[in-house]
Design a protein around this ligand. Structure first.
Ligand code: CUA
Length: 341
């Protein structure tokens, strides 16, 4: 009895652990609240196997309890040895056939979903949007070959239809994952992997790199912005027309700094290098470098010392090359890079 009283002491501890773990969820980063066609298929498979597991557990626990109660030893005098039998044809058939049926119930939908999730990736249906995804340490490049548009970090897609992805990597293994929409799929350097995603509703969904790829792996975030088809098409149009015309003196100073220090790696529109994220619509982005809130201070801090925020990333620190006035001008210019109203 005393032992049991002591065991109760662990209850508050377990409660605190359970309560803490409930805080680990993020509505935009969970597979349990699917918002896409693919993630819903995957979620249904998970629930099917969960129901089967619960069913098996309940039956086994029930039989176990019945046997424990019914066949327990009753007092000192209960020394009778039960009848010894070997083999029972009915039971043997039952425990062979039942698991086979359960496995079939699991296997058929799983195989069907596996093929459905790959449907159309080899021969993309006419008119569908195709996005080439290139993973870099530690950012994401998105190219729309049919639309002639390139962007980074924020992936714009039309909602309510399947969007087809061609996934590759520039450096090491990464993995493209948007938990609420579906996934995940590795990005390799030598081969191209293919998949589709279908966001059922317009909205912003969070994406992550799901393959350990270096010190800043956990910070390799991106966003998926799903819009109605016409909004998406308007976005693609304005991306094509985007120009980097500075409207104020400060922005013009920023543009000059950009042209001298940044354009070798970062493109705006069609001009610029390809080793860093494309910044054509930088001003529209909710995050700086995919992880920091979009504030002037954060942009300056990032440019000054990028590796403080994403250890091991390839962007050089500019703290010794640009003074505060120059950084401010650069921020004004960068924030002016918008394609959305
Ligand atoms: Cu890229 Cu982890």
């Amino acid at each position: 009895m005393k032992r049991w009283r002591n065991a109760w002491r662990f209850l508050p501890l377990l409660s605190v652990i359970a309560l803490t773990l409930t805080g680990c969820g993020n509505e935009q980063l969970t597979t349990l609240l699917p918002k896409g066609e693919g993630s819903e298929m995957q979620f249904n498979l998970m629930m099917l196997s969960l129901y089967i597991m619960i069913g098996v557990f309940v039956v086994v626990a029930l039989i176990y309890t019945i046997v424990l109660v019914r066949f327990r030893r009753r007092g000192e005098s209960d020394n009778e040895i039960p009848e010894q039998t070997e083999g029972n044809v009915v039971l043997e058939i039952l425990w062979t056939v039942v698991p086979i049926i359960l496995l079939l119930i699991l296997a058929v939908p799983t195989v069907m979903a596996t093929f459905a999730l790959d449907e159309g990736t080899e021969k993309v249906p006419e008119g569908a949007t195709v996005v080439k995804v290139t993973a870099h340490q530690y950012w994401w490049e998105f190219e729309y070959p049919d639309l002639g548009v390139k962007t980074a970090q924020d992936l714009y897609i039309p909602s309510g239809e399947r969007v087809y992805f061609e996934l590759a990597s520039k450096d090491v293994l990464h993995s493209f994952w948007v938990p609420t929409l579906g996934g995940k799929m590795d990005t390799n350097t030598a081969t191209v992997n293919k998949m589709w995603l279908n966001a059922q509703e317009p909205g912003t969904y969070y994406g992550k790199c799901a393959e350990l790829c270096g010190p800043a792996h956990a910070l390799m975030d991106f966003k998926v912005i799903a819009q109605e088809k016409e909004d998406f098409e308007a976005w693609a149009e304005s991306m094509k027309e985007a120009s980097s015309q500075a409207s104020t003196d400060q922005a013009a100073q920023g543009e000059e700094i950009f042209a001298n220090s940044c354009i070798g790696c970062h493109a705006v529109g069609a001009d610029g290098g390809n080793t860093g994220p494309n910044l054509t619509n930088f001003g529209d982005r909710e995050k700086v470098a995919g992880i920091l809130d979009h504030t002037d201070e954060n942009i300056k801090a990032w440019i000054a010392k990028p590796s403080e925020f994403k250890p091991g990333n390839n962007m050089p620190a500019f703290e010794d090359q640009l003074n505060d006035e120059e950084l401010n001008a650069l921020v004004v210019y960068l924030n002016g890079l918008k394609v959305e109203e």
